[in-house]
Design a protein around this ligand. Structure first.
Ligand code: PLP
Length: 425
């Protein structure tokens, strides 16, 4: 019997045996003890399963990864130290120097830099595409060395909705996996595997943690992509790994191959682990995720409707508004709601937006989104402040864009705060 998503939030992951701790224990230990040298040797050869060093695996982290895996409907998952680490590993696990991949140009700025600047220095080329282009235009960006397609369910900060079926068709007809960052939607509102995605990533720092206490990330594999059927494209998974006596991941681990390789190679070598303490906080956040997401969405829709009608507001982007460009896609892929983040602009442009932000009392100006406290950020004066208006528009960010992350407070208080700030302009 498969439990529903709300029950999975609470019961998946840590499953205590008779007499064990009911709540997930924090295994605050770097290492694990064995009775014989041979037993530990087997672990180093990936011949036996077990814990030996927390950089590779830790029981607290594994329980939380298993919970997120169950919520997404995947076969294997791993936690990482941050969303950045998750997206880096997700690509680097299947791309090496000389490879190419395609990403939506509307993705989170941090991921954009990672793909466009840092991974370029590693000899991996990313082509950024306008995700709203029709299939016949997008198909032209594929090259013989293209190894993956990457998008975000709901983009940060422009809240555009990703057309999963279009990109899954494109990726699969070229024999490459579709990787989707599902941070803003969370598996409560969208499960990308049901729409053709092969691998999902998360910045767990956002709604999953939900209280702005710990930075973290996660990668989940659906187990659906057949690496062996494209063996020439993915030698890292389909040819012997000399650092483990020549094992072939796709042969030895089947559907678990992708995550096993990411753990055994990338985590071993780069070490971007989540601390067990942070994984514990993340697990607490996950237990209430279904309650909070519902409230975030209700509140955000009410705020969006208020802003849409206000005469000092120039525009509002929120996919659950009927007037929104992405409403049809949101209805299709996220019928229960999208997220608590919306974007809007105030008449008068960049400077007026700044004045407005300083007048808010409840909503705080922070470099964060997607936690229980309403917060906001103006990319043109914060995350993207080095860019001119022209460069901002090229990045798809309007100079007056305010990213507003609606919390779980009483929505009337959030609206009252907006009202008084707008009145002062
Ligand atoms: C914040 C964010 C990231 C980066 O995650 P960190 O945990 O801050 O490293 C990646 N993708 C999206 C969509 C995000 O919002």
């Amino acid at each position: 019997m498969q439990n529903r998503i709300e029950t999975k939030c609470i019961h998946e992951g840590w499953k205590p045996e008779n007499g064990e701790a009911r709540q997930l224990p924090i295994f605050q230990s770097t290492t694990f003890k064995y009775n014989t040298s041979d037993e530990m040797g087997q672990l180093f050869d990936l011949e036996a399963e077990g814990y030996f060093y927390t950089r590779l695996q830790n029981p607290t982290n594994d329980a939380v990864a298993a919970k997120i895996c169950a919520m997404e409907g995947g076969v294997a998952a791993m936690l990482t130290s941050s969303g950045q680490a998750a997206n880096f590993y997700a690509i680097f696990n299947i791309c090496e120097t000389g490879d190419h991949f395609i990403a939506s140009s509307a993705i989170y700025g941090g991921t954009y830099n990672l793909f466009g600047v840092t991974m370029k220095k590693m000899g991996i080329e990313c082509t950024f595409v306008d995700q709203d282009l029709p299939e016949e235009k997008l198909v032209k960006y594929f090259k013989p060395n293209t190894k993956a397609v990457f998008g975000e369910t709901i983009t940060n900060p422009t809240v555009s909705v990703f057309d999963f079926e279009k990109f899954a068709r494109l990726a699969h007809s070229h024999g490459v996996p579709l990787i989707v960052d599902n941070t803003f939607a969370t598996p409560i509102n969208c499960r990308p595997f049901e729409w053709g995605a092969d691998i999902v990533t998360h910045s767990t720092t956002k709604y999953m943690d939900g209280h702005a206490v710990s930075v973290g990330g996660c990668i989940v594999d659906s187990g659906k992509f057949d690496w062996m059927a494209h063996a020439d494209q993915y030698p890292g998974l389909t040819t012997p790994d000399d650092s483990y006596h020549g094992i072939i991941y796709a042969e030895k681990f089947g559907k678990g191959a992708y995550i096993t390789k990411a753990t055994a190679q990338l985590m071993r070598d780069f070490g971007s682990i989540q601390s067990p303490q942070n994984a514990f906080y993340l697990n607490l956040g996950l237990e209430t995720l279904h309650l909070r997401i519902k409230r975030h969405c209700e509140n955000a829709l009410a705020v969006a409707k208020f802003l849409e009608k206000h005469k000092k507001v120039a525009w509002v982007h929120y996919p659950d508004l009927e007037s929104d460009k992405y409403h049809a896609l949101a209805n299709k892929y996220l019928p229960d709601g999208t997220c608590g983040v919306l974007a809007f602009g105030i008449k008068g442009g960049r400077d007026i937006s700044i004045q407005f932000m300083d007048k808010l009392k409840l909503a705080s100006i922070v470099t964060h989104v997607a936690d229980s406290k309403t917060c906001l950020l103006h990319p043109a004066s914060h995350t993207h402040r080095q860019l001119t208006d022209e460069q901002l528009r090229e990045a798809g960010i309007a100079p007056d864009l305010i990213r507003f992350s609606v919390g779980t407070e009483n929505v009337s208080d959030i609206i009252d705060d907006l009202k008084q700030a707008l009145e002062q302009l």
